[in-house]
Write a protein that binds this ligand. Structure first.
Ligand code: PMP
Length: 459
């Protein structure tokens, strides 16, 4: 078979891949994944991989879950598509909105559905602009976010994201946003500073930025309870409590972006419960339906809903919505997925297996390449460094991470390399034996990496 007819050549010829170096892709081509079962996926050569990242932090109930397939099939046969614009509705979106309002914390009461986490965060921006206009506060439009935050890639959500790679050459940020210091003590704590003093400094910075900008110009503080795609960074003790206290004092809303932490990832149903956050707006996606269908949800407080609703009463229809908002198949699959999470006690499993994963990885802390092991529940990051004692990064950031990513593949394990932090976020159904398989494949990968670095060879 000629190379040009191969699947790889066809892929290279016609796809611009998300989050991929296109030139390197032309050289190495894709790994073509064909099917999945439980915590495993299989490529078109029949090779099996333990999916250590649950796809993109998202497949809670595992791959090949027949109940989700059946739920999608039933809905496709009955009503494959309908919208919820202009006073129309359908049962799957009604039942899911009701379920989310019931299970989410505090007085969150109404849901706006989108197709993706990015669209959900774009919706948050527009909705809070609209809300503040409705409340007669047209200046209250700015957002506070953090460096290394990940909130998506559309124009507004990409602006909230605090990663240079998502801004450079895309002309972002394009909305008014201030990025505060990333709450990562290992990296951003100063010489001689305790973790508590680090938090004092971050809170001082937050207060200074509010004073500088004027609280009357700031709509909301947005944050992931535990920062994920920016490097798996759990917040220091008391960080969230203190951020919230400052925001409440200044009439700044709290938006919890739980696109990854929602539905059990941290061993609680929502990350907000884990960190004692009382959000005014909660953003959900991914594990909402194990990403079997594109879906995200913006869950808002009763107060926000009422102000928005009253405004539509005055000025007319709420001018925002997607063709796919509340898609019947995506929402039907979400209902079944949440039922599985509840019936099979997957949140409890995540808490139990999370303890196993965290303690197994913590045991690698003495390894010469390991700078820090961190995480909570079933999400973890292992930051690799050139020098443990000084925390020095590698000369060419990301090169070692990329080697680990590819070498782990050779050992039958899918991980994510975030520069040189290796991320783990397996499906919530993972068992203790599978965690052992995951960690031992990673240990073998680390040993190969030590030898590769010593050899001085290119990747
Ligand atoms: N917010 C968070 C916290 C995320 O992790 C992600 C995606 N990883 C998004 C938003 C964006 O979601 P999507 O890729 O569906 O647009």
């Amino acid at each position: 078979m000629s190379v040009l007819n191969s699947t790889a050549a066809r892929d290279i010829a016609h796809q611009l891949h998300p989050y991929t170096n296109a030139i390197r892709h032309e050289a190495i081509g894709p790994v073509v994944i064909e099917r999945g079962e439980g915590v495993y996926v299989y490529d078109d050569q029949g090779r099996r991989y333990l999916e250590g990242l649950a796809g993109l932090w998202s497949v809670a109930v595992g791959f090949g879950e027949k109940r989700l397939v059946e739920a999608a099939k039933r809905q496709l046969e009955k009503l494959p598509y309908y919208h919820i614009f202009s006073h129309k509705s359908h049962m799957p979106s009604i039942a899911l909105a009701e379920k989310l309002a019931e299970m989410t914390p505090g007085d969150l009461s109404h849901v706006f559905f989108t197709n993706s986490g990015s669209e959900a965060n774009d919706t948050v921006v527009k909705l809070l602009w609209y809300y503040n206009n409705a409340c007669g506060r047209p200046k209250k439009k700015k957002f506070l976010a953090r460096e290394q935050a990940y909130h998506g890639i559309t124009v507004a959500s990409g602006s909230l994201t605090g990663l240079p790679n998502n801004h450079r050459d895309f002309d972002l940020p394009a909305i008014p946003v201030r990025h505060l210091t990333c709450p990562h003590y290992y990296r951003f704590g100063q010489e001689g500073e305790t973790e508590a003093q680090f938090v004092d400094r971050l809170i001082g910075e937050l207060e200074a930025v509010i004073a500088e900008e004027g609280a009357e110009t700031i709509a909301a503080f947005i944050g992931e309870p535990l920062m994920s795609a920016g490097g798996v960074i759990p917040p220091p003790n008391q960080y969230w409590e203190r951020v919230q206290a400052v925001c409440r004092c200044n009439d700044i809303l709290i938006v919890a972006d739980e696109v990854i932490t929602g539905f059990g990832r941290l061993g609680t149903m929502f990350g907000s419960e884990h960190y004692n956050i009382q959000p005014d707006v909660l953003v959900l996606s991914k594990q909402i339906n194990s990403s079997y269908q594109p879906l995200a949800a913006v869950v808002i407080s009763d107060a926000i809903y009422k102000a928005v609703a009253d405004n539509t009463g005055k000025i007319g229809t709420f001018g925002h919505g997607y063709t796919g908002s509340g898609h019947p198949v995506a929402t039907a699959v979400a209902l079944e997925n949440i039922a599985i999470i509840e019936e099979r006690h997957l949140v409890e499993n995540a808490a139990r297996m999370g303890r196993v994963l965290q303690s197994r990885l913590a045991a690698l802390a003495d390894h010469p390449l390991v700078g820090e092991v961190r995480g909570a529940g079933l999400i973890a990051g292992v930051e690799l460094v050139a020098d443990k004692s000084t925390k020095a990064k590698f000369d060419e950031p990301g090169r070692v991470g990329a080697y680990v990513f590819h070498r782990a593949h050779d050992h039958g394990l899918v991980v994510r390399a975030i520069t040189d932090t290796i991320a783990f976020c397996p499906p919530l159904i993972i068992t203790e034996d599978q965690i052992e398989e995951l960690v031992s494949a990673f240990e073998r990968t680390l040993e190969d990496t030590v030898r590769w670095i010593a050899s001085g060879k290119p990747a």
